[in-house]
Design a protein around this ligand. Structure first.
Ligand SMILES: CC(C)(COP(=O)(O)OP(=O)(O)OC[C@H]1O[C@@H](n2cnc3c(N)ncnc32)[C@H](O)[C@@H]1OP(=O)(O)O)[C@@H](O)C(=O)NCCC(=O)NCCS
Length: 172
């Protein structure tokens, strides 16, 4: 994971605050510890993206977490290593997270937040059928810059409409 992040820093640090200051093995250990705690406490579920044909090569991470238990709302976040981009990996991985969120965690609404200008991430949302709701102003600080985020959602009954297409694409 460390090698994958380090090789992708120029792309990651455009959009993700945690990538701005570089990334070390210590950062990875902290991430994995928090990840295990969050999983055990049923707060968040982080997954590694790897191919069965090359299981030691880390391609990226995708996560789903609860933002409101009462409202049954979750959010998905992700990154993929730069030299494997635009091959459809993240669309497939996020479809997998939608299956987990709606079918296993019984969420009602799942959200993506995407920085304005991040076309690759918007394409992931569009291909999966997320609905664009609006823009949150200056929602994240990345380095010295405040970025607006667009917010995208899918509701459980919308997932029920998309799920046959996800299966036909062999995303889930
Ligand atoms: C965004 C990201 C996760 C996409 O992962 P991916 O595996 O490349 O996604 P997919 O291949 O499933 O789909 C990407 C789509 O964006 C398109 N795309 C890629 N770069 C693009 C660009 N600069 N402008 C327009 N479209 C672009 C691809 O062509 C593809 O669309 P298509 O299938 O219609 O051709 C990955 O690029 C990444 O990790 N970026 C840096 C971190 C990040 O932005 N994380 C998300 C924060 S919300």
């Amino acid at each position: 994971m460390v090698e994958s992040i380090q090789a992708s820093l120029p792309d990651l640090r455009k959009w993700l605050p945690w990538a701005v200051g570089g990334y070390t093995r210590i950062d990875a250990i902290r991430y994995v510890r928090e990840s295990v705690n969050a999983w055990n406490e049923h707060r968040a579920y982080d997954f590694a993206i790897r191919q069965p044909s090359d299981p030691d090569r880390h391609l990226g991470n995708v996560s789903i977490w609860w933002t409101s238990r009462q409202g049954a709302v979750g959010e998905i976040g992700y990154w993929l290593r730069s030299d494997e981009a635009s091959k459809g990996f993240m669309t497939e991985a996020v479809a997998g997270m939608l299956r987990v969120g709606f079918e296993e965690l019984t969420m009602h609404r799942i959200v993506l937040r995407i920085a304005v200008g991040n076309r690759a991430s918007e394409r992931v949302a569009e291909k999966l059928g997320f609905v664009l709701e609006g823009t949150l102003r200056d929602e994240v600080r990345v380095g010295d810059e405040w970025l607006d985020h667009t917010i995208w959602s899918m509701l459980s009954h919308e997932y029920d409409v998309h799920v046959d297409r996800f299966r036909a694409e062999t995303w889930i």
